[in-house]
Design a protein around this ligand. Structure first.
Ligand code: GDP
Ligand code: IMO
Ligand code: MG
Length: 438
């Protein structure tokens, strides 16, 4: 029988702890695949007290025998990828063409994409999105334009690359000057040299990753698809325009990895026990007060990629239910439950209310958020330390009740409960992954 594939996605605004969950599951997977986003992702894996922040390299990289794939749907930044590879190698992690492949059809983040990201954000002033400034949006927008895109395969064809960069830089320079008044010269020749060199350094790893994955699937080898960002940041289904620029839900897996929709497998929706968000945009349960401060300090809620303090608030069951339904999640992985310890009461938003119901009837949940007023349910907190607990029955009664209430509200079982950043800090609960999480 074929091994069941797994798709791990975030159901909030990112940073739900996807990296930790993927690392946990990766041991029994043959492939771990990034299919969306780019270096805007910051996935943390912590093993034996060592913290590994990963941006482009999939979170299966610490396991021997796992083939990590950066698939076609990723906005691939060779500068950041090579830096990450070097840093991991310095820390003793083996990385070679046997355990890391990069799609030849992924789109490349170029220096002028990062410049465009910064110029655009600056020009928006207080209306800015609050992007990671890593050129993600401009890279995907050039992908959509098609004639302005550079793909990873181009890095291996110097002559074509030279012609493309020269033509694109000429166009970009005109746009930057007329739109943003930016008239510093952009060195097309310098960029060409630099990116040819990246192509040489990565050449062994560049391949048709879709073909590898389809063949693996047919052979029944288990694949884990690793989502970036979170469902509420999805380009189509999130809090537009305060979103990222790719399809980050389970719906993005087939297109972003080059596999048939049936290959998605069991979908694990990762949720924090509360909510965080980096950057601008609606956040109905935000607590811009002492509660938010408490969550930020206890949860160390500072961006893995940018170091920015994350906005924090209560768990939003309305948003999570929407995201869980969107990707037809099979089970939830609840993370950072330990962070709630010490609070007298914990709130969950169970419903949105509006001053004028008629005015929002035609809008999706994310589009309703700016005018939503949260209805909260209060649950009693707990003071006990839960970081060393390894079975559900050993959790304080109030922590168990909190988990059970989330299961009821979302209508999905909580399979795994994470109670600390370390790999072993996990409780198996109502999971269908018994044979995978050991
Ligand atoms: P990702 O982007 O979804 O992979 O999440 P991030 O790595 O950006 O953010 C999650 C942060 O929480 C990281 O620093 C993790 O090491 C940490 N973390 C993950 N699970 C837990 C947990 O259960 N408890 C605590 N205290 N920290 C956790
Ligand atoms: P992981 O995978 C949290 C946010 C940015 C910004 C918006 C658009 O670690 O969960 P972009 O640079 O993508 O154009 O920024 O999306 N954002 C994230 N927030 N976690 C992430 O990734 C994010 N990736 C993008 O903060 O609000
Ligand atoms: Mg992150």
């Amino acid at each position: 029988m074929s091994a069941q594939n797994i798709t791990v996605i975030g159901l909030q605004w990112g940073d739900e702890g996807k990296g930790k969950i993927v690392d946990l599951l990766a041991r029994n997977c043959r492939y771990v695949v990034r299919y969306c986003g780019g270096a805007n992702a910051g996935h943390t894996v912590t093993v034996a007290g060592e913290r590994y922040p990963l941006h482009l390299i999939p979170s299966g990289i610490l396991h021997k025998g796992v083939h990590n794939i950066v698939a076609n749907g990723v906005a691939f930044d060779p500068v950041i990828a090579l830096k990450e590879i070097d840093t991991l190698r310095e820390r003793g992690v083996t990385i070679n063409a046997e355990n890391l492949s990069i799609s030849s059809s992924a789109n490349v983040v170029m220096p002028y994409h990062k410049l465009a990201d910064r110029l655009s954000e600056q020009s928006l002033g207080s209306g800015k999105i609050g992007t990671t400034a890593l050129g993600i949006g401009p890279c995907y927008s050039d992908k959509a334009v098609r004639t302005l895109a550079i793909r990873v395969a181009d890095l291996l064809a110097p002559e074509t690359l030279k012609e493309k960069i020269a033509r694109i830089v000429e166009i970009k320079s005109k746009i930057f000057k007329s739109v943003f008044g930016y008239d510093e010269p952009i060195d097309a020749e310098g960029i060409w040299w630099e990116y040819c060199d990246y192509g040489k350094r990565l050449s062994e790893m560049i391949t048709d990753t879709g073909a590898i994955l389809r063949s693996a699937w047919q052979k029944g080898e288990r694949i884990c698809f690793e989502g970036g960002q979170g469902s509420m940041l999805d380009i189509d289904h999130g809090t537009f325009p305060y979103v990222t620029s790719s399809s980050v839900t389970a719906c993005g897996v087939p297109a972003g990895a080059g596999v048939p929709p049936k290959a998605v497998g069991r979908v694990i929706g990762v949720i924090k026990a509360y909510t965080s968000r980096v950057g601008a945009g609606p956040f109905p349960t935000e607590q811009d007060n002492q509660i938010g401060q408490y969550l930020r300090e206890h949860g160390k809620e500072y961006g893995t990629t940018t170091g920015r303090p994350r906005r924090c608030g209560w768990f939003d069951a309305v948003a999570v239910k929407y995201a869980a339904d969107l990707s037809c999640v099979d089970e939830l992985a609840l993370t950072l439950l330990d962070v709630l310890g010490g609070l007298e009461t914990i709130k969950i938003c169970t419903e949105y209310r509006f001053d004028d119901d008629k005015a929002v009837q035609h809008l999706s949940i994310p589009m309703r958020m700016p005018s939503a007023k949260c209805v909260y349910e209060e649950l009693p907190g707990w003071d006990e330390r839960i970081e060393d607990v390894r079975s559900f029955s050993d959790l304080p009664a109030n922590a168990r009740a909190y988990v059970q209430r989330i299961e009821e509200l979302i209508g999905k079982p909580v399979g795994l409960i994470s109670i600390g950043p370390q790999r072993e800090q996990v409780i198996k609960h109502n999971t269908g992954l018994d044979d995978i999480v050991v």
